[in-house]
Design a protein around this ligand. Structure first.
Ligand code: SF4
Length: 499
């Protein structure tokens, strides 16, 4: 018998090594590594999500006739060693892992590695596409993907005559009576879920955040149901408010499918196929279908490709020399009066989730303006979000949100003051701070830190044509010395958890 070793983010019969496995010739190994769980302070729902999904996948495989060795071990290495000692397999086979360190582990152990089909563009193909290019523009990659995968295409041209409907997808939040967003599906929790939580506690796993409440599916059947719900009920509204943030809805028309794609419960191809079919039936407008497919075959696969292209050096990028810790307001060690931050962190605490613009415009933006160490922020987001993984967090945080790679990925820092947050959200109205003020105790910390950021990194940023105009504007501020003085105070208060 051979062994197929399935990692915790490869939970799908159709992925790589498992796709060709047969119960008469292959047994399956799954290792719950408690050393990995103890290596970070995970959000409780994230830890539950992975372990419960692994256990349900093991049951699914047993129902399909496989012998499954679901092993609880201190580390992945120990789990493999124990399995080999007990079963003596002829060969151990695994699908290419999603992380750099995981690949090293498989290579050290002489595991036969099968090419991954978990993404639509393998990272070798991405490297070929990127070869010889000065800049890897996401839009160019996206069009290349559209053409070769055939989504929303009419021959060699895009359906609707345009590649990109982004301009229609940046509307500010609507007023409350117009809310069009369907509520997400939820699942009933059972004894198996309670057992996972008991096991986390028994093994001394340090977790943060609320217990699971059924928001997140932990089986393929339930994940497929979430996909159908998204396509039927949510997708027609997807798009216009992609960049909006409102206190009254944590999900708006976001798909909230990323956790399932990131651990294999759903595959990106089947998700995009479902969207294409809905578009072909005339059930969704082109702007919604295009906006969603761009997120999956464009941005998600682009992030996957650059992770593999730039690792392992990418982890240590820190172009702005940021070295402060993640603010206590993020970790639950302090509360905050910043309404936008409080609302986002409440969302993390309640369900291990913020949608992308909350991550980028509020938490990521504040971290960059403040000067948080980019790896510390990556690690925090990786462990606190339900869809976290190194491959997705590193480019999104180091490259996109913190500009720690000096512009390799994003052409300019994603920096914004309170005015922009006010334009795209309803957070500022009830806030104790004033988004328009740069100095004084009531000044919005984002606004103060935004102008200070431009001044602090003046010499670097003034050379960048995409942000030079704002840098020059900061030079002309009559109260810049007072702003910079207030910024020192703001950064001290943020570090002390008193803002
Ligand atoms: Fe956030 Fe500033 Fe708006 Fe308050 S005023 S919600 S701190 S952006």
């Amino acid at each position: 018998m051979k062994t197929v070793w399935v990692l915790g983010d490869q939970l799908n019969r159709r992925i790589g090594a498992l796709a060709d496995a047969d119960p008469s010739t292959h047994r399956v190994l799954l290792v719950e590594s408690f050393a990995k769980l103890r290596s970070k302070r995970w959000h409780r729902q994230r830890a539950h999500f992975v372990i419960a999904s692994m256990r349900r996948f093991a049951d699914e495989l047993r129902s399909a006739g496989f012998e499954v060795d679901l092993r609880r071990s201190d580390s992945l290495q120990q789990g493999l060693d124990e399995h080999v000692d007990q079963f003596g397999p002829d060969e151990v086979i695994a699908t290419e892992p999603a992380s750099w360190d995981g690949l090293g582990l498989l290579q050290r152990n002489d595991v036969t590695i099968v090419r991954s089909n978990q993404f639509l563009c393998h990272y070798d193909e991405f490297a070929d596409w990127a070869d010889g290019k000065q800049r890897f523009k996401m839009e160019d990659f996206y069009r290349w993907q559209r053409r070769r995968l055939g989504y929303l295409m009419d021959g060699d041209e895009p359906v609707g005559g345009r590649w990109n409907f982004d301009d229609e997808n940046r509307e500010p939040p609507p007023s409350a009576p117009d809310d069009p967003w369907a509520s997400p599906q939820t699942s009933e929790l059972g004894d198996a879920d309670r057992q996972v939580l008991d096991d986390l506690d028994e093994h001394g796993v340090d977790t943060w955040g609320r217990d699971p409440d059924g928001t997140w599916a932990t089986s393929r059947r339930a994940a497929l149901s979430r996909l159908r719900h998204f396509v039927d009920e949510v997708l027609p509204q997807f798009g216009p408010h992609e960049d909006a943030m409102v206190e009254r809805s944590w999900h708006l028309a976001h798909s909230v499918l990323s956790p399932y794609m990131n651990i294999g419960l759903l595959l990106p191809g089947e998700v995009c196929d479902a969207v294409q079919e809905a578009f072909d039936r005339g059930d969704v407008p082109i702007a919604s279908a295009e906006g969603f497919i761009r997120q999956v075959i464009g941005w998600r696969e682009y992030v996957w490709g650059v992770y593999w292209l730039w690792m392992p050096d990418y982890r240590s990028r820190n172009a702005l020399g940021a070295d402060r810790p993640v603010p206590p307001a993020f970790t639950g060690a302090a509360t905050t009066d910043m309404n936008c931050v409080r609302h986002c962190i409440d969302g993390v605490e309640q369900r291990a989730y913020n949608h992308h613009i909350q991550r980028l415009m509020v938490l990521g933006n504040l971290s960059m303006l403040h000067g948080v160490d980019p790896w510390a922020l990556t690690d925090w987001m990786w462990s606190h979000f339900i869809d976290g993984a190194e491959w997705v967090m590193l480019p999104n945080v180091i490259g996109m949100s913190q500009w720690a790679d000096g512009g390799r990925m994003a052409t300019k820092p994603y920096a914004a003051g309170g005015n922009y947050i006010d334009k795209m959200s309803d957070y500022c109205g009830p806030c104790r701070y004033d988004r328009k003020q740069r100095v004084g105790d009531d000044a919005c910390p984002f606004t103060t830190l935004y102008w200070d950021f431009l001044a602090r990194h003046h010499d670097l940023l003034v050379k960048n044509p995409r942000i030079a105009r704002q840098v020059r504007a900061s030079e002309r501020l009559s109260d810049l010395p007072a702003v910079r003085e207030r910024a020192v105070e703001v950064r001290r208060l943020l570090d002390d958890g008193k803002l």
